[in-house]
Design a protein around this ligand. Structure first.
Ligand code: BGC
Length: 825
């Protein structure tokens, strides 16, 4: 059935019900939009429509999971139908998400905890640098070590599942409230960070969850809005993404996650191409489980489920938190029980609406990673402190069901992680400008300026995600479920003072307001004024809301102007969620700029190490800093009329052109480009060499069909070329270079291909004068585009340009490669 729905911008849209099988229980149809008048669709592919893909593929235990899979299957045979339904449904408990234990089978239950920087609802845990910070390290060791250490803490606190890492949002839009939880708008950089982060967590014995699948690129209207009678006023926003863009940008890092053996994937709140992500069969059955060969379980984002049997058939495996948003038992006005799963799954199987084999597959998928990571063997009990810290559920509703010893001893799991965090955040700090101002050399008098330098005034900042930007106090982490309780926070002010006292330096501090109010700033200070002025500024972001501006908070730009008006050695340091425009960057008195993003608990120590040169900065921008806010494309939403129930739409019609891909495609000058960052030393690059691992002429356009393994067709992950460049340290101090590899695809690639795409990076530490060879491996996926016609990754014919350099706009050496000659197609 299809009917004429609306006329929009001169283009006809069709609305067709998809995923609309009617079952007993909660049926729901989603309406998807299809362009009738094609927008050059043969070249670019249609979008806005999500086709049905059924049945849900069953796990086979492929990859490294064969043994664990057998154990999981045996486990399932022991379960009653009710137990199986419990296993796929969250329940009240000590953690943010809980699956009941089955003591009869020695199953401890599952404890799922947030989030990407720390175990959020806990005491005596460490707070690590956030995703964007780690992306700025461009350091693979940092990406792994951070999550290995974090995973050890989750495990020691008894959490089986870490709701991390996040790559949705990836960063399509600079304003998205959760970009800082993830890594970078570049899918390659994000993909590497995902893969290593997942390995880190899982090597510590904790299940990782790649979230949020997919295109959760805006916070606004992420959930449906209901009238008080329970009917829907507005459906959640629909991210409408074409097939090629989905594969080459947003699904790309999830493919890395699956390839790394991620235990679970969390589906996102909003709709994808008209159908809720958590019941979108094309996404879950088609892309994730079939194409990518995902063997683990799909967990819903919290309350993201809007159907029971429909969602299970579409590929959902676990409903979280399993209790209703409105009420923990029955919701009279909605006439439904607390969860779309739970008892409804039991009923569905009994009355024949849901195949029991699907339910068995759901439980098998949940139990395989549990056995794979040996969580059945002496896993620590959930820490008793969770009983008191967890405010999600009333204790009386769960305490008797959980085997928790209520001792009063504190389980401090921080080990030596403060040192790791300090080093990681310092190595992730990006130096954008340096007119010989840094490193500091025993200054006589330091002025510290700005609200971001010191302590908050109302206890620890961001305890559980403060709702708003707070005027005073440094930002070490953002807000929402990705926030963290800062058991220990070292502020820049205290760390600088401690370091400065070694040189007998005078240190004085000022907050934003007096600086803005005072026209003669020099009248505020003693002696002849500071010989160095450190201005600490910040920018807040959190879950649920998107950022409204790219300016620094609390009049940050004005503070820089005021200080720089009186101090000719003004150094700006920001703690920010991501992109800020920096209108003061060319001011002659602004002598250095450092971006530290959200560095975690050792913030002050990390930045002091960089300021004084104990650590030579080696961070690079994981995104582009434009001259002006208006220079960015990809708005949060594109088409809102808010009169109809389906009106919230976000058309990703910039397609592949996000971040540097857009600026490069349109030759737009930028202030600091993707991949840019300075060091206290300098580097040079020479001699690019390229060699194929295959015999001449033997590379095929499409990968040979092979049984799908986690990550998709294994052929896609095969190295086809190795590239080498030489890098040398031409300066006078030890430092780390970040050589980067970019590909320009041949002209035969379909329209819309970005001019350059990152396909390799390494961080290499060099002593002065040292020269080293750096190698990059190009796998089949790296040199392919997603061909919407054949539904395959295809290597285009013709010549690629392979360039290496120190940023996306500082390409130093280049060569060519022709995997497939133009004539052979
Ligand atoms: C967030 C998830 C988080 C979950 C549990 C949701 O609101 O989107 O990222 O893991 O809550 O706290």
């Amino acid at each position: 059935m299809a009917f004429l729905f609306t006329i929009l911008s001169g283009l006809l849209l069709l609305a067709v019900p998809i995923d609309a099988q009617v079952y007993m229980g909660e049926e729901r149809s989603s309406y998807a939009f299809t362009w009738v008048q094609p927008l050059n669709t043969t070249i670019l592919g249609q979008y806005g429509h999500s086709e049905p893909v059924y049945p849900s593929p069953r796990t086979t235990g492929s990859g490294e999971w064969a043994e664990a899979y057998e154990k999981a299957r045996n486990f399932v045979t022991e379960l009653t139908l009710a137990e199986k339904s419990d296993m796929v449904t969250g329940a009240p408990g000590p953690c943010v998400g809980n699956i009941y234990a089955i003591p009869r089978l020695n199953f401890s239950g599952l404890c799922l905890q947030d989030g990407p920087v720390s175990l959020r609802v806990a005491d005596y845990v460490s707070v690590f640098p956030s995703g964007v910070t780690v992306a700025a390290s461009w350091d693979k060791a940092v990406m792994y070590e951070r999550n290995l250490a974090m995973g050890r803490e989750f495990r020691a606190k008894g959490a089986h599942v870490a709701l991390a890492p996040s790559v949705g949002p990836m960063g399509r839009c600079v304003y998205s409230g959760r970009n800082w939880e993830g890594f970078s708008p570049d899918p390659y950089l994000s993909g590497v960070a995902m893969e290593l982060g997942i390995k880190g967590l899982q090597d510590a014995g904790v299940q990782a969850v790649a979230k949020h699948l997919i295109a959760n690129e805006q916070e606004i209207q992420r959930n449906p809005l209901y009238y008080s009678n329970g009917t829907v006023q507005f459906e959640a926003i629909s991210s409408n993404v074409d097939d090629r863009t989905l594969h080459e940008l947003y699904l790309w890092p999830f493919a890395n996650a699956v390839h790394a053996g991620v235990s679970s994937v969390m589906c996102s709140y909003q709709r994808l191409n008209g159908s809720y992500a958590c019941q979108n069969s094309k996404l879950l059955n088609g892309l994730l489980k079939d194409e990518l060969g995902f063997q683990g379980y799909v967990v819903s984002d919290w309350y993201a489920l809007h159907a029971g049997v429909d969602a299970a058939e579409a590929g959902m495996d676990m409903d979280m938190p399993g209790t209703s948003r409105y009420n923990r038992t029955v919701v009279p006005e909605l006439g439904r029980m607390s969860s779309f799963f739970g008892g409804n799954i039991t009923t569905g199987v009994r009355n024949g609406s849901l195949e029991e084999t699907r339910l068995d597959d759901m439980v098998t998928r949940i139990m395989t990673p549990y056995f794979y990571l040996h969580q059945d063997e002496a896993y620590p009990m959930v820490d008793a402190s969770s009983i008191f810290l967890n405010t999600f559920y009333n204790q009386s509703s769960w305490l008797r069901d959980w085997n928790i010893t209520q001792d009063t001893s504190v389980r401090d799991v921080r080990e030596n992680h403060a040192q790791i965090i300090r080093r990681h955040a310092a190595e992730s700090t990006v130096l954008l400008k340096n007119n010989n101002a840094l490193p500091l050399n025993a200054p006589r008098y330091i002025g510290i300026f700005g609200n971001d330098a010191g302590e908050g005034q109302n206890g620890p900042l961001n305890r559980f995600g403060s709702p708003d930007s707070l005027e005073y106090g440094t930002y070490a982490v953002g807000g929402g479920s990705g926030a963290a309780r800062l058991t220990d926070l070292v502020t820049p002010q205290e760390a600088i003072k401690a370091r400065a006292s070694q040189d007998g330096t005078v240190v004085e501090s000022w907050l934003n307001n007096p600086l803005i109010a005072e026209s003669d700033v020099a009248s505020l200070w003693s002696y002849q004024g500071p010989d160095v002025c450190l201005v600490f500024l910040k920018s807040w972001a959190r879950e649920v809301i998107d950022r409204e501006t790219l300016q620094l908070d609390w009049n940050g730009t004005q503070v820089v102007k005021s200080v720089a008006s009186a101090c000719n050695n003004t150094i700006v340091i920001t703690h920010s969620a991501g992109v800020n425009v920096l209108p003061f960057a060319d001011h002659p008195n602004v002598t250095a700029i450092l971006l530290a993003h959200y560095p975690g608990q050792e913030s002050g120590n990390s930045i002091t190490d960089v300021l004084y040169g104990a650590v030579n900065p080696s961070g690079r921008l994981p995104y582009t800093i434009a001259y002006d806010e208006a220079d960015y494309n990809a708005p949060i939403v594109t088409d809102i009329q808010t009169t109809g129930v389906d009106d919230w739409q976000s058309w990703f019609d910039e397609r592949l052109e996000i971040d540097y891909r857009y600026f490069d495609a349109h030759n737009i000058p930028v202030r600091y480009e993707f991949g840019y960052g300075l060091s206290y030393t300098t580097f040079a690059m020479f001699d690019i060499m390229l060699e194929s691992t295959q015999q001449l002429g033997s590379i095929s356009r499409f990968p040979v069909e092979e049984p799908v393994a986690p990550g998709g067709n294994p052929e896609l992950w095969q190295t086809l070329y190795n590239v080498r460049v030489d890098v040398t340290n031409t300066g006078r101090v030890r430092g780390s270079a970040v050589p980067q590899l970019y590909l320009s695809f041949p002209d035969s690639t379909p329209l819309g291909t970005p001019p350059r795409q990152l396909r390799g990076f390494e961080k290499v530490e060099l002593a002065p004068g040292e020269r080293r060879t750096v190698a990059f491996a190009l796998i089949r996926r790296d040199i392919s585009y997603w061909d919407v016609v054949s539904q395959e990754w295809a290597i285009p014919s013709g010549e690629f340009v392979v360039s290496a350099g120190f940023s996306s706009r500082d390409l130093v050496v280049s060569t060519n490669m022709t995997p497939i000659a133009s004539t052979s197609v």
